[in-house]
Design a protein around this ligand. Sequence first.
Ligand code: GSH
Length: 208
Amino acid sequence: MSHYTLHGIWASGPTYKVALMLALTGAKFDYVHVDLLKGAQKQPDYVKKNPFGVVPTLISNTTGHVYCQSGAILEHLAHASGKYLGQTSDEQHSAKGWVLWGWDRLARGVYRSRAAKFGFMKMPPDVADHYRADALSALKFLDERLAAHKWIAGGAQPTYADIDLYGVVHYVPQAGMDLSDFPHVAAWAAKIEALPHFAQPEALMSKG
Ligand SMILES: N[C@@H](CCC(=O)N[C@@H](CS)C(=O)NCC(=O)O)C(=O)O
């Protein structure tokens, strides 16, 4: 029996983060496609599970417990598996801080620039420029951090914060930005892609 069921959509960055963390920690999971275009995430039975009305949602197949919000889900999976948690309490605290920074400073600019480029989201040019500038500024900050630290939380091993932020950085080229402008981020992303059991979104989730 699989350990978890992941509800999401393969093109969603937050869903990919969770699928990737499941793969990297060796947790088997079933996958249920949520059709965002048809508004499935706002239907009563979905909102009963995920009151935020968004993907992803992760459900434990053994306890039935429901986990929402990708950053919190990754933290749960790190605790549950004992992998990617951080080796000291300082590192664990730092990992949590970077996940929060990711949502505050990095994710919006990258995800919205990608959504605008793919036509999922319509926005006036000055708004698109604003999101792009936000993403570039956050990537510069991340690059400076990774110039001085091997992994984002500052330890010798990767933590769930690396996987969380990778789930945004993965989409930088699709958002129309060049990762080679941020060489330390590019080198760090390559190290994550070399971790055992790393997989691309298409390999982890069906498209429909
Ligand atoms: N902070 C949330 C963000 C999730 C999110 O924004 N999901 C998008 C897809 S990438 C979604 O479900 N959008 C549909 C909607 O807002 O109705 C998380 O990390 O789980």
